[in-house]
Ligand binder design. Structure first.
Ligand SMILES: NCCCC=O
Length: 480
């Protein structure tokens, strides 16, 4: 495999696009083209779906024992670990994220641990049971893989999101067609090839790059679609899946509130919320985006946040001092910068940042904004950039109401030393994750997913495996 001229991974083979089309991959930190990848069209997706269907129907994967599937997933983790520097380098080249701080330091270790978790989860058959629930009958509940699945991954964590999709679906016994984002396809394609080396049979994992999501969502042989992406994309995927009544699994946008009470440790707030705001250039659906602090500590919170964000080292992803790299593309940079300009025009005060950085590539400064209205665009919409706003509340009820007052429901946090308050507030916040005195960390065992317009279905945890399983009731007339 040559990482600068890649093909599609279909049925265990590197395959050119049927029409010979190719797409260029840009390094967003330099603006240079670094690779080309075959661009899938309809024929290629049909071929990939046919391979996934054959591989599912003949049971070459679902027919293995959980222990055999687990062994392959564990081997995949070992192989990835043995090549983590190469994967991390290519991930940083494609995304512009810092190599040491993020790709090698966080994304790769988490991918490897996730795969080991899903290897173990493949063998957890708990919860199945049999019994007599009607006179003369024995009932058995089977949990079977849903079938061939279509998986659409985003550009912010290309490999990690691929692992979050392939890991649980493979543990469950499904086959898959994974479509990475066109901007960042390479590490997913490399992972596709690596599944063969790990002993996963041909056709079980297929990886196609290109603008072909609609072909997967409308294909009758695809039984479930999993998407991580923007809320608007989720709505159109859901509509498209309705025609063939597919199961959908959606991890969509976010607008995380961070409620900071007057007893909070302010230094901890600055430390945790600055990282959660600038990490991955803020291109994270769980990023800290809205600080809502008690009015008595507003000045302190503004000062510490602005100071912390000014200290973030932005620059070359391959410089070990770099904490934040580039934005993903020129178009995305314009969008982020547009949000901040609109906020300024709407009367907001930019405490720090708020500027593009004059260098090759697509860089933006970590930004803190205050004097914003609850109904303003900068508070209500997902910016997906290193931008955080600060608002104030008078009492707990108002803090909760402001936190919940967005269409999203993915992630949130609470900073306080009052344990009883953490109980009340975490119950009241309508978000799939509530961190207390922190913001961002996850573990392979912890279910991750949203409420409201952030979608439904869980990534990570045994729940994710369950999302790829269907329950079948077998009722046996025992003649008793
Ligand atoms: N922090 C991981 C979030 C995944 C989606 O953006």
């Amino acid at each position: 495999m040559n990482a600068t001229e890649m093909k599609l991974w279909i049925n265990g083979q590197w395959t050119d696009a049927a029409d010979g089309a190719r797409v260029e991959v840009e390094n967003p930190a330099t603006g240079e083209t670094i690779a080309t990848v075959a661009k899938a069209g309809e024929k290629d997706v049909l071929k990939a779906v046919a391979a996934a269907k054959t591989a599912f129907d003949d049971g070459r994967w679902s027919g293995l024992t959980p222990s055999q599937r687990a062994k392959c997933l564990w081997t995949l983790a070992d192989l990835l670990e043995s090549r983590k520097e190469e994967f991390a380098r290519i991930e940083s080249e494609d995304t512009g994220k810092p190599y040491e701080f993020l790709s090698l330091g966080a994304d790769l270790p988490f991918c490897i641990d996730n795969l080991r978790f899903f290897a173990a989860a493949a063998r957890d058959t708990g919860g199945h049971h049999a019994g007599e629930f009607a006179p003369g009958y024995t009932s058995i509940y089977r949990r079977d893989p849903v079938g061939p699945v279509g998986q659409i991954a985003p550009w912010n964590y290309p490999l990690l999101m691929g692992v979050w999709k392939l890991g649980p679906s493979l543990a469950a016994g499904c086959t898959a067609v994974l479509k990475p984002a066109s901007l960042t396809p390479r590490t997913s394609l490399m992972l596709g090839e690596m599944t063969a080396e790990a002993g996963i049979p041909d056709g079980v994992v297929n990886v196609v790059a290109g603008s072909v999501g609609h072909i997967l969502t409308s294909h009758p042989d695809i039984r479930m679609v999993s998407l991580t992406g923007a809320t608007e994309t989720g709505k159109s995927v859901m509509k498209s899946c309705a025609d063939t009544v597919k199961r959908v699994h959606l991890e969509l946008g976010g607008k995380a509130p961070c409620l900071v009470f007057s007893d909070a440790d302010i230094d901890l707030v600055a430390e945790k919320l600055s990282v959660a705001a600038f990490c991955n250039s803020g291109q994270d659906c769980t990023a800290a985006t809205r600080i809502i602090c008690h009015k008595s500590i507003e000045k302190q919170v503004c000062n510490v946040m602005a100071e912390a964000m000014k200290k973030v080292v932005v620059g070359d992803p391959f410089d070990s001092r770099t904490m934040m790299g580039s934005m993903i593309s020129a178009r995305h940079l314009e969008m982020v910068s547009g949000f901040v300009d609109h906020a300024r025009a709407d009367g907001a005060t930019v405490l720090c940042g708020g500027q593009k950085i004059d260098r090759p590539g697509h860089f933006y400064t970590p930004t803190v904004i205050t004097d914003v209205r609850q109904d303003s665009e900068i508070v209500q919409q997902e910016v997906f950039g290193p931008v955080i706003t600060i608002q104030t509340f008078d009492d707990e009820a108002q803090a909760i109401a402001m936190g919940n007052d967005v269409v999203f429901g993915l992630a949130s946090s609470v900073f306080t030393k009052d344990v009883a308050r953490t109980m009340r507030v975490s119950k009241a916040l309508e978000f799939g994750t509530v961190w207390v005195n922190d913001h961002l960390p996850l573990a392979s065992e912890t279910p991750h997913g949203g409420f409201k317009q952030s979608g439904f279905g869980k990534d990570l945890s045994a729940e994710a495996v369950g999302d790829y399983l269907v329950t079948k009731h077998v009722m046996i007339n025992t003649g008793a």
